[in-house]
Design a protein around this ligand. Structure first.
Ligand SMILES: O=C(O)CCC(=O)C(=O)O
Ligand SMILES: [Fe+2]
Length: 295
């Protein structure tokens, strides 16, 4: 057990290895399968990092008016970001995707850019996965029903508990995970958990048993499994935090969705270079206005 000291608290972190070099494909896959997460060091270099940051700036903060404590999110980033699109040509990144997904025939599933300024509070604990068996309520609920990793993130300043860093709970991806000791799930779909005896609201403190706070460098890839629970530390740093998520899925079997691609999405797909078009075979986009009948 190593001890990690952040500004206010000291955490113990796992003694097993969870950081890998890009070529350690089997170890990356096994770590994610066994513990629910893995970090791959130095996947992308400084040029791609700065291109991605610039692309986030143009998309989320073109006027430079991001307020202190503000977070902005874009969920169709692959449709507007050339640097993100170019990751589909990046051997190191794609080889990891191939190993995790078990095939080279891949489709873009979803993408995100997040810009989080200093002064933001905790991002409450949750799983991205929809564990509902009812019909989906919205597009996120539909898209988050696959068994591929839900976390494929680059935190472009690196991540650290003192400045909006990501943390996961080890082994929380397992179907029989009972929740952290002393906590109950908030609802039947297990979206989050709360301390037993308190109201069933998503837990918003970073003192959960099993927490693994990440400390990464700018080019590192953070992987977590479909169901892995994660939370975000308050951002007590000085600079805005840039992160991008890029999730692919096997092209087969098809992943039908009940909404249509928007005209805007169709237009942006036309400008995808021919040799990358195959990654958009079955691309669904994300219609934020679509509502389903589930609950
Ligand atoms: O902003 C982060 O660090 C995590 C974001 C997240 O968990 C999500 O978008 O589902
Ligand atoms: Fe999440």
């Amino acid at each position: 057990m190593r001890l990690l000291t952040s500004d206010r608290e000291t955490y113990s972190v796992p003694s097993y290895r969870f950081e890998f070099e890009p070529h350690e494909l089997d170890a990356i896959h096994s770590c994610n399968a066994e513990h629910g997460f893995a970090i791959v060091k130095r996947v992308i270099g400084p040029e791609i990092i700065s291109d991605l940051k610039e692309s986030i700036r143009q998309t989320l903060n073109p006027k430079g008016d991001l307020a202190r404590g503000e977070t902005r999110l874009d969920t169709h980033f692959i449709e507007i970001s050339r640097p993100l699109l170019r990751l589909l040509e990046h051997d190191g990144f794609m080889t990891i995707q191939h190993r995790l997904l078990g095939t080279t025939k891949l489709t873009v599933h979803r993408s995100a850019a997040i810009l989080k300024n200093a002064g933001t509070g905790v991002g409450a604990w949750h799983t991205d996965q929809s564990l509902s068996t009812a019909p989906p309520v919205d597009a996120n609920d539909r898209l988050n029903r696959g068994n591929w990793p839900n976390g494929m993130w680059f935190y472009l300043e690196g991540t650290h508990p003192t400045r909006g860093g990501l943390a996961v709970i080890e082994a929380s991806h397992r179907a029989d995970w009972p929740g952290p000791e002393g906590f109950d799930f908030t609802d039947k779909n297990r979206k989050s958990f709360h301390r037993r005896g308190t109201p069933p609201l998503a837990y918003g403190a970073m003192d959960v048993p099993g927490i693994v706070p990440f400390i990464t460098d700018p080019g590192d890839l953070i992987i977590f499994a479909d169901r892995t629970y994660h939370g975000v530390f308050p951002h007590n740093g000085t600079e805005a935090r840039n992160s991008v998520g890029f999730i692919l899925r096997p092209t087969d079997p098809p992943f039908p969705v009940p909404w249509k691609l928007s005209d805007e999405t169709l237009r942006s797909l036309e400008s995808v270079p021919d040799h990358l078009k195959r990654y958009f075979d079955g691309y669904t986009g994300l219609d934020r206005s679509w509502r389903g009948s589930g609950n």
